[in-house]
Design a protein around this ligand. Structure first.
Ligand SMILES: Nc1nc2c(c(=O)[nH]1)N[C@H]1C(S)=C(S)[C@@H](COP(=O)(O)OP(=O)(O)OC[C@H]3O[C@@H](n4cnc5c(=O)[nH]c(N)nc54)[C@H](O)[C@@H]3O)O[C@H]1N2
Ligand SMILES: Nc1nc2c(c(=O)[nH]1)N[C@H]1C(S)=C(S)[C@@H](COP(=O)(O)OP(=O)(O)OC[C@H]3O[C@@H](n4cnc5c(=O)[nH]c(N)nc54)[C@H](O)[C@@H]3O)O[C@H]1N2
Ligand SMILES: [Mo]
Length: 757
């Protein structure tokens, strides 16, 4: 990304590489830096300041008081020490989850952990919201997580695949970002796919940006939400019935197919999982299910899957069944066949370059104490509600810690977590809540102390692009001075480390300045590069030039086929599963005895879905937004591209709109027993009737009646675990009602800083 300034203010920003694809997220820097929603100075909640040892008032309802940095850090230090002494390291939650900003040095959550490691440990988190279910089940099935691993290379897909299936994947949207920086190099392969004449199938309840992009070159198939396992079982049954499945591959490379086949045929429960059965559950016609079985088995087929469908109750079953289907097709490990769980994210499938990969900051100091306890990331509210409570996780019996202090740095937990009203209640319990933020987010407005932090444009850093491809090494030079009293997370935690112990600052920083750290990380890249015959210039020249460096291609990596060695010689190249093979039945999972995660892929009806909807209820989809990264940039001018009636849009089908007297552009109230939100109607045939979508990430803007004026979807979503195996986020399993809203339109106040004195 290139940012232009007049030395004082940011004027414009745009992508550094000309890709022919507009990435709106790269155009918002002026708003990001100069937004009115920026936190300008350290602030403390009134009721907290009145008696920090025993805070008063209600978080979320209080005013704020401007305090100095010295006061803020001293207050935090004193309370941190008091709480740690009284309740121990596990009472300090520093498992702060979130996307923060990019860079190898200014990593907010990592810096927080580094400070907490110096102070004697903390409670951290397990897993993430993104792939919580898939990343836990996949190691049982194929011995690796698959969601964050390199995929069979795109050039091979373009050469060998006949059919590409985008299953719950919206790459045109989700490739706009990457865990490292995005360079848009993934999209160009989807462009080639579009122009290749291959058969492309998109399975998604919504006509996503990707389905629109393919236009008439893709077939859009829309199941009900949460029913993909039934759909896949229907396809699998059709394969087995016709003998189209690859028995040789199943025998040679998989374990436990027979037990699954008994279930598939209905021998275990009297219900064959045939196309007729599946069609009733998923709302996809029998003929379509049979067509897919025939199409997949008579062609080289790549099942590319996104993650929206595993962010659901029983999310573990989705990708397990997808792998089982791919195993029945017998193409895993062939060029262009099988399955891939990361083509839609961070340029999965873009061949890995011969690269000089940067070092990055680590989350603990020398001799420090890492996390003494970890909770599954999406179980944070349950942990606050139930300290000392027992729970099951991935075959372990665990106990929730007694959390007394929480610190979030680099995450938007009031937008990312489910059931906001339940969160707000649980959030009153701790004795201290600290939020380090660039913006007055809902989390900041529910904190005791808020620290103003720089954006990445106000500090120096570096990054790589393409999480697997390592295609570019990029300097991220500071472009403007910090706004207001904003400081870098790095400097904040360095100061706090010095308060904690004499010499703590030097221990935290290892006596290195910002630029010295960057040089250290760059030198690591130089030596890694040298091992691959990649030569980088001197650091000073690189920094002076301020240009990205593109890494050379690797012929070997261009031909990478996932599972190729395993397929050829499964005995010599076993997978890291107990049998060394793909496990369609898992003895280890069977031993856990979890009813919500059976030992082979199984259709389980969720608590809330189309099949048990009450009158007029609709399934609620919370897909990722095109013009935001989650909650980031919600305040920016990009809002004009999507807001309807001044708030988050609600995508709904004309039939569902007509039944409720709703027209395009209307203000709509959406509710269930967890809460209610105001949204603007976007009526379109691009969504399955019975399903509505509110994209995740709008900032909560709750008033007294708990009506969110801005349309934050998590006010409505269900906060339950996917299962006891992964305990992951299940946001996409919720039912709601919707009606035209005839009351006066309340003003959106989400982006106004709170009252302060
Ligand atoms: N209903 C529903 N909910 C979901 C999802 C869904 O599909 N549906 N998706 C889930 C997923 S996959 C994810 S990953 C999460 C995303 O949840 P988050 O990653 O928490 O979301 P972000 O909005 O990116 O929050 C990042 C925050 O960090 C702040 N920040 C940025 N840079 C810095 C910095 O340098 N220092 C500090 N201190 N702060 C900084 C930003 O201002 C922002 O508030 O949401 C989850 N929630
Ligand atoms: N522009 C942009 N890009 C992003 C992000 C962002 O916020 N903005 N977030 C990033 C992050 S942190 C992550 S984890 C990834 C998320 O990547 P994903 O999890 O793959 O993204 P989602 O939009 O949640 O879901 C992908 C598609 O699945 C569909 N879907 C949902 N439920 C079902 C279902 O039951 N069945 C089927 N068949 N389809 C379903 C949705 O309609 C959507 O089109 O994206 C990343 N990329
Ligand atoms: Mo994510």
């Amino acid at each position: 990304m290139v940012v232009e300034t007049d030395g004082e203010r940011v004027l414009t920003s745009y992508g550094a590489l000309n890709t022919g694809h507009e990435n709106t997220l790269q155009q918002a820097v002026p708003d990001q830096v100069h937004s009115k929603a920026r936190v300008q100075f350290p602030a403390a909640r009134k009721g907290f300041l009145a008696s920090p040892d025993a805070p008063q008032g209600v978080r979320g309802e209080d005013e704020y008081v401007r305090i100095s940095w010295d006061e803020a850090l001293k207050l935090i230090h004193q309370q941190h020490r008091r709480i740690r002494n009284a309740y121990g390291a596990a009472s300090i939650f520093a498992g702060s989850y979130g996307w923060r900003s990019n860079g190898v040095l200014h990593k907010a959550a990592t810096l927080l952990q580094r400070y907490m490691s110096l102070a004697g440990g903390y409670t951290g988190h397990l897993g993430d919201y993104s792939t919580g279910a898939a990343q836990v089940i996949m190691p049982y099935v194929v011995g690796s997580n698959e969601v964050y691993q390199q995929q069979t290379s795109w050039p091979l897909v373009l050469e060998h695949s006949d059919v590409v299936v985008l299953w719950s994947a919206n790459p045109l949207n989700t490739l706009k970002i990457a865990w490292n920086a995005s360079d848009e190099q993934g999209v160009k392969y989807f462009e080639q796919l579009k122009n290749s004449g291959k058969t492309v199938i998109a399975i998604d309840p919504m006509r996503s940006e990707t389905v629109d992009f393919f236009g008439d070159r893709a077939q859009w198939i829309a199941p009900y939400m949460g029913t993909d396992v039934a759909l896949m079982l229907g396809i699998a049954h059709t394969l087995a019935r016709h003998g189209w499945h690859d028995t040789e591959f199943l025998a040679r490379c998989t374990y436990g197919y027979d037990k699954f086949a008994a279930y598939l045929k209905g021998e275990t429960d009297g219900q064959p999982k045939n196309a007729e059965w599946a069609a009733k559950i998923c709302g996809v016609p029998v003929q379509t299910i049979e067509y897919l079985a025939q199409l997949f088995s008579s062609n080289r087929t790549m099942l590319m899957s996104g993650w929206g469908m595993q962010r659901q109750q029983y999310g573990e079953q989705k990708h397990w069944m997808l792998v089982t289907l791919a195993a029945m097709l017998g193409q895993i490990g062939t060029p262009g066949g099988g399955f891939g769980l990361s083509y839609h994210f961070a340029n999965g499938g873009n061949p890995t370059r011969r690269a000089a990969v940067l070092g990055s900051l680590q989350g603990s100091v020398a001799g420090g104490t890492d996390a003494v306890e970890k909770i599954p990331v999406a179980r944070i509210v349950e942990a606050l509600e139930n300290p000392g409570g027992m729970y099951q996780h991935n075959g372990m019996e665990k106990t929730f810690p007694d959390i007394r202090m929480l610190w979030w740095a680099g995450g938007g937990n009031f937008t990312h977590h489910q059931d906001t009203n339940r969160l707000i209640k649980a959030w009153q319990k701790p004795e201290l809540v600290v939020i380090s933020e660039c913006f007055w987010t809902a989390a900041a407005k529910h904190a005791d102390i808020v620290l103003p932090i720089t954006t990445s444009f106000e500090r120096n850093d570096m990054t790589m692009t393409g999480d697997y491809s390592n295609q570019h090494l990029v300097p991220m030079k500071q472009v403007v001075a910090p706004r207001g009293e904003a400081r870098n997370d790095f400097d904040v935690f360095a100061e706090l480390s010095e308060l904690w112990e004499q010499g703590g600052k030097a221990r935290f920083t290892e006596a290195k300045s910002e630029l010295q750290w960057l040089e250290t990380f760059y030198e690591i890249a130089r030596s890694r590069g040298a091992a691959q015959q990649v030569t980088l210039p001197e650091f000073s020249d690189f920094w002076e030039a301020n240009q990205l460096i593109e890494m050379p291609e690797s012929e070997k990596n261009n031909d990478f086929v996932r599972f190729s060695d395993f397929r050829q010689h499964p005995q010599e190249n076993p997978l890291k599963t107990p049998s060394g093979k793909i496990e369609i039945y898992s003895e280890r999972i069977a031993a856990f005895g979890y009813e919500d995660c059976p030992p082979h892929p199984t259709w389980l009806a969720p608590d809330e879905w189309q099949g048990n909807a009450e009158k007029n209820q609709l399934q609620l989809l919370s897909a990722h937004p095109a013009h935001r990264l989650h909650s980031q940039l919600n305040y920016s001018a990009l809002r004009d591209k999507y807001a309807v009636a001044g708030r988050e849009p609600l995508t709904l089908h004309p039939q569902d709109a007509a039944a409720r007297g709703i027209s395009d552009g209307d203000l709509v109230r959406v509710w269930n027993h967890r809460g209610q939100v105001l949204v603007g109607a976007m009526v379109t045939e691009g969504i399955k009737p019975g399903v509505v979508c509110i994209h995740e990430g709008a900032w909560p803007d709750l008033d007294g009646e708990k009506l969110c004026k801005n349309g934050a979807v998590n006010v409505l979503t269900l906060d339950i675990p996917t299962s006891r195996l992964a305990n992951a986020c299940a946001a996409n399993s919720s039912l709601v009602w919707a009606e035209k809203y005839n009351g006066p339109a309340p003003k959106v106040t989400a982006f106004d800083p709170p009252a302060s004195s």
